[in-house]
Design a protein. Sequence first.
Length: 236
Amino acid sequence: MRVTELDRASVDHVLTTTRAVRRRLDLDRPVPLHVVYECLEIGLQAPTGFNLQNWRWLVVTDPELRCALASIYRRALRPFIEMMDAHTPADDQVTQRVSVSSWYLAEHLEHVPVHLIPCTTSRVVDEREMWASQGFDTDHWNMAASSVYGEVWPAAWSCMLALRSRGLGSSLTMIHLAAEPEVAELLGIPEGVSQAGLLPVAYFQGEDFRPGSRRPLAEVAFQERWGETLEALRES
Ligand SMILES: Cc1cc2nc3c(=O)[nH]c(=O)nc-3n(C[C@H](O)[C@H](O)[C@H](O)COP(=O)(O)O)c2cc1C
C-alpha cells in the first residue's frame, strides 16, 4: 500500500486513543483466541536489536492460572497503591483516578479473559556481563536494561494497538514483576527469561476513547541541546 493510500486519520486515531483500559473491560464477553494471535503476529513486525527477535509470549486463559496471577498481582500492587495514595496531593485528581482504576483492575484481574505475558530471552544482569566481557570499560546497566526490555515493548505496544483497532482493550502493567520468580514458577518460565509485564485483554465497553491528557510537546522535547526550545516554537 502506498503512503498516499493510507487512511492516516484512522491510523492517527488509533495511535492517539489507545488507552490503559481497566474499568471499561467487558469481563463477560469471550475473546476469540484467533484475534489475539492475529494481534501478536502484527506485534512481531516490531524492531529488535540485531533483529534477534528474543521476544517470547505467554497467552494465559486457564481460570486457575489467572486466579493465581491475580492474587500475586494484588499482593504486589497493594504497597505501591498505599505509597501513591499517601503521597498524592488531595487536588491531584488525575493520579487519584489512576490509583482507583489500577486497583479496580487488580480486583477483577482473574475475570479478564486473556492475560498476555511478554517476555524476552535475555536478562539485564547477563547482558551487562556480556558487555563487560567485551572489554567495555564503563558501567553498562542502562545499555543492558534498554536493550533487554527494548526487545519486547515495541512488539507489545504494536499488539495493543492492533487489539484496540479490533475493539479489545488492554493495559500495560508490570507490577507483578515484584514477584517475578513466583510467576515464573507458576507458568514454567525458564531461568534466563525476563518477563516484561502483563497485558490483561478483553473487549472494551463503549464506543470509543479520547486522547489522554499529556504534557505539552514544548515541555518535553528539546532542540539540539537539552533545555532548548523547539525551533518552530521559539518566539521570533
Ligand atoms: C512502564 C509502565 C508501567 C505501567 N504499569 C502499570 C501497572 O502496573 N498497572 C496498571 O494498571 N497500569 C500500568 N501502566 C499504565 C499507565 O498507568 C498508563 O499508561 C498511564 O496512566 C496513562 O494512561 P493512558 O494510557 O490511559 O493515557 C504502566 C505504564 C507504563 C508505561
